[in-house]
Design a protein. Structure first.
Length: 392
């Protein structure tokens, strides 16, 4: 194939006849929002991650908002999190009227550096909100022990981490059991499992789960599923101010079909990621992902750091790859560098800033053809042998 004929996207959701017939089933059932398909998806999701409770919502941003709100986070409170995440993480804290307190990342994992958490704790801290960035579990055990010492709750931003695992006392467990108080997932098309848009909140606490269910549907005391099957007239009440964060049955039906594919999708991503790592590890100036012992990533994204020893800058590399028909993305953003967070612009988060500026995400999706991946790898090797920046 000629170089110009290539058009390799950064990501592509895996959707097929299974999802089409699931959506059709929901549409023709006559019940298309927060009904039986949502119930079934919640049960199957809970079973997959090993959680006692799973509550479906409209996306992961609303999941994070509900989680923090249900834990009582409000004005005057602080939530310790990272700037180095999609802006939704920090925004969810802001929705509660609380203040995100940004801690820097470990440059090797792109996740919150547990060694920096304790110095950020104040009497106003209520929650630690770590992110399992691009699918790699953060150092949950260290975070949980800090939270335990200070009486704080841990809300896991697991937007990208469905199917990722951590080891506890020798046993592997999926993210979302959850290990903290609550875990929040995203089903956006850039994630491994997609429902178009969608989210899930898991917890071990039945009272919190009840609160999520109330809050996701306007605070309505009797769910539609109960009213519709009741033999006597029931009137609902609205004991508190809730939100409309419902998931539709069409999305849930698609999610159920995606769950069936999930183990295979993750296996394929891991295989492709290892192929990248084997082929790129020797290129001077490129740093391949580092997976610490006791953690397994679903490789939601494949991130490579472009260091000074590489002949071109990260941005030049992205452009050169684009000219060869290969789409890439820059690394994860930092909220504190965005205008919406201007009051944080002086924050000292050097590892977050370096990660945003140096990291490139390579194409990774389970239908990525081996020939296309070989082309990406060969292109990186060719560009690595070019003249060094500044002609040196
Ligand atoms: C780490 C992280 N948190 C939260 C979100 C928000 O997820 P959603 O788009 O489902 O609201 C994303 C989405 O990209 C994310 O990557």
């Amino acid at each position: 194939m000629s170089k110009l004929a290539r058009n390799i996207p950064i990501a592509r959701p895996t959707l097929g006849e299974g999802e089409v017939s699931a959506a059709r089933r929901a549409i023709l059932s006559g019940w298309i929002t927060q009904g039986p398909e949502v119930d079934a998806f919640e049960k199957e999701f809970a079973e997959f991650v090993g959680a006692p409770h799973a509550c479906a919502v409209s996306n992961c941003t609303t999941a994070l908002h509900l989680a923090l709100h249900a834990l009582g986070v409000g004005p005057g409170d602080e939530v310790i999190t990272v700037s180095h995440s999609y802006i939704a993480t920090a925004n969810a804290v802001r929705y509660c009227g609380a203040r995100p307190v940004f801690v820097d990342i470990d440059p090797r994992t792109f996740n919150i550096d547990p060694d920096l958490i304790e110095q950020a704790i104040t009497p106003r801290t209520r929650v630690i909100l770590p992110v399992h960035q691009i699918g790699l579990p953060c150092d949950l055990h260290s975070i949980l022990s800090i939270a335990g010492r200070h009486g704080l709750r841990v809300v896991e931003d697991a937007a990208c981490a469905i199917g990722s695992q951590i080891q506890t006392a020798g046993n592997w467990g999926r993210i979302g059991q959850p290990h903290g108080t609550v875990a929040c997932f995203s089903f956006h098309p850039r994630k491994v499992l997609t429902t178009g848009d969608g989210g899930m909140i898991t917890t071990r606490d039945p009272n919190l789960d009840r609160m999520f269910r109330l809050l996701r549907q306007h605070g309505m005391s009797v769910p539609d599923t109960v009213r519709h099957s009741a033999k006597a007239v029931i009137f609902e009440e609205y004991p508190l101010v809730g939100f409309n964060y419902r998931m539709t049955d069409i999305q849930a039906a698609v999610g159920r079909a995606q769950l069936e594919r999930l183990p295979g999708m993750i296996e394929r991503r891991v295989e492709l990621a290892h192929r990248y790592s084997d082929a790129l590890s020797e290129i001077p100036g490129l740093t391949i992902p580092w997976i610490p012992n006791g953690r397994r990533t679903n490789f939601q994204s494949y991130a490579v750091r472009v260091g000074p020893a590489f002949p071109m800058s990260r941005d030049e590399l992205m452009q050169a790859l684009l000219e060869r028909g290969i789409s890439t993305r820059r690394g994860i953003m930092n909220s504190h560098q965005e205008p919406a967070y201007a009051e944080y612009s002086a924050a000292r988060l050097p590892c977050s800033v370096a990660a945003r500026d140096q990291v490139i995400l390579l194409p990774l999706y389970d239908s990525l053809e081996e020939d296309d991946q070989r082309y990406v790898i060969d292109s990186l090797h060719e560009l690595a042998t070019g003249p060094h920046r500044g002609g040196k």
